[in-house]
Design a protein around this ligand. Structure first.
Ligand SMILES: [Zn+2]
Length: 195
């Protein structure tokens, strides 16, 4: 949807404009775009600091209207991938995770091709990840991709070793299906397309 010319753009500007309305308790702040709770830059006190480089985050606002994409389904909230280093904003999304992925397309192009690693931590695991991922990737706040076999299927902010996102990759549902498509797809599951 078009943005009015006087409306702030980008995660930092929008969250900074939102904070006084959150505090005044008079204005209904729910329809005002702000950084989503728990995502990088979120705060209820001081305005977020812009980063020197492009770093992903998500903004959200209450919506409660039919979806902007014309499907007619009511979306309670809108979410957009955004950046703490510039005013870039992605498209409206129904789900936070879709917005997280948009943000990474902007800040960390190529993330979709990263190998998925087991969802477990430890020194050997970290060494393994550092070996698999590009040099300096984690230090630059880059995301990791982990295969989730437990109940937590969502992307997790600040859960990568360098403070970036831990992006969930769903394991194949059934072994039979993997076997059935192995003629046309690489046999080694790397999670491509599942994010
Ligand atoms: Zn940016």
């Amino acid at each position: 949807m078009p943005t009015p010319p006087d409306e702030p753009r980008g995660a930092v500007a929008r969250h900074t404009a939102y904070l006084p309305h959150f505090r005044d308790k008079v204005t209904n702040s729910r329809p005002i775009w702000r950084i989503e709770w728990g995502h990088p830059g979120f705060t209820h006190r001081t305005p977020p600091e812009p980063t020197d480089d492009h770093q992903p985050t998500v903004i959200t606002r209450h919506w409660g209207q039919p979806a902007p994409d014309g499907t007619g389904v009511t979306w309670p909230y809108l979410h957009r991938g955004t950046c703490l280093g510039c005013a870039w904003e992605g498209p409206d999304r129904r789900l936070t995770d879709a917005a997280v992925e948009d943000a990474h397309d902007h800040t960390h192009p190529g993330w979709r091709d990263l190998p998925a690693v087991p969802d477990q931590r430890g020194r050997r695991w970290l060494t393994h990840v550092q070996h698999l991922y590009p040099d300096g990737w984690l230090d630059r706040g880059g995301p990791i991709r982990t295969v989730r076999t437990g109940i937590e299927k969502r992307h997790k902010p600040r859960a990568a070793p360098g403070g970036g996102y831990d992006l969930a990759v769903q394991p194949p549902r059934k072994v039979e299906r993997v076997t059935a498509i192995s003629d046309t797809l690489p046999l080694e599951f790397d999670g491509a397309g599942a994010a």
